[in-house]
Design a protein around this ligand. Structure first.
Ligand code: GRF
Length: 230
């Protein structure tokens, strides 16, 4: 899809605003990009709830500041499979109460269970701070040729560690294979000689903030189109 992709859902479907639920564990700058895009009308959608596994997440403060439901759902023991399963059930229950059309993982640090993913199939997207390939391979094609696809929570650090010339940002659908679902949008970010993890991550995030509202609009249009097709 071209970079001129419209964020105006009315061009795709007429009806109510798309309802977005955001899961975020951290500072919430990507959530803020969505809140800003919805507030200024460049993204015709509404953030209906923000859930965090961390009570002190900046994302919860950002949601509360604009009157969006901010729900803290701490996970007591991420290593106990029974606790973990119960957590995902509770999370699904909380989300369903808000009737979201789309769930956005914006800095969500927990891997979601297949059962959870299945109950929102095709309606969960994630923003990842590296370039991911179409079709889940181990390399991604860049302007420097093929480079390793960096998955997991250390993707920014790994780009520096592996001395890659470029990395990037990707928004993709979430599937059971971690950081491997179909790509919606991605953009390359050069790694500069004086980059450290913080500087590089900041530049990646500024790209994420631009990509995420566009990708969300595209994903919502797909959800609405599939609702119409029945
Ligand atoms: C982003 O870089 C995102 O790609 C990654 O976690 C970070 C979240 O940042 N999954 P923020 O909380 O949105 O500022």
């Amino acid at each position: 899809m071209s970079s001129n992709v419209t964020l105006n859902l009315k061009e795709h479907v007429s009806g109510p605003l798309g309802r977005i639920a955001v899961l975020a564990s951290g500072s919430g700058t990507n959530l803020q990009a969505l809140l800003d895009a919805t507030a200024c009308g460049t993204l015709e959608a509404e953030v209906v709830a923000v859930v965090s596994d961390r009570a002190d997440a900046g994302a919860l403060r950002r949601a509360a500041a604009v009157g969006v439901a901010a729900i803290s759902l701490p996970l007591t023991d991420r290593h106990d499979p029974v606790v973990r399963q119960a957590y995902d059930c509770r999370l699904a229950e909380v989300l369903r109460a808000f009737e979201p059309d789309l769930i956005v993982l914006a800095g969500w640090m927990l891997i979601l269970s297949p059962k959870f993913l299945d109950s929102f199939r095709g309606r969960i997207v994630n923003v990842h701070p590296a370039l991911l390939p179409d079709g889940g391979g181990i390399e991604v094609l860049t302007s420097h040729g093929p480079l390793p696809a960096l998955r997991g929570s250390r993707a920014v650090r790994d780009a520096l560690k592996q001395r890659l010339p470029a990395t990037g940002a990707t928004v993709h659908y979430v599937t059971t294979a971690v950081d491997s679902g179909p790509v919606i949008l991605r953009e390359e970010v050069p790694v500069l000689p004086d980059d450290d993890e913080v500087r590089l991550h900041e530049r990646i995030k500024s790209v994420e903030h631009r990509l995420l509202p566009r990708a969300v609009a595209m994903a919502l249009a797909t959800v609405f189109a599939s609702n119409v097709e029945g």
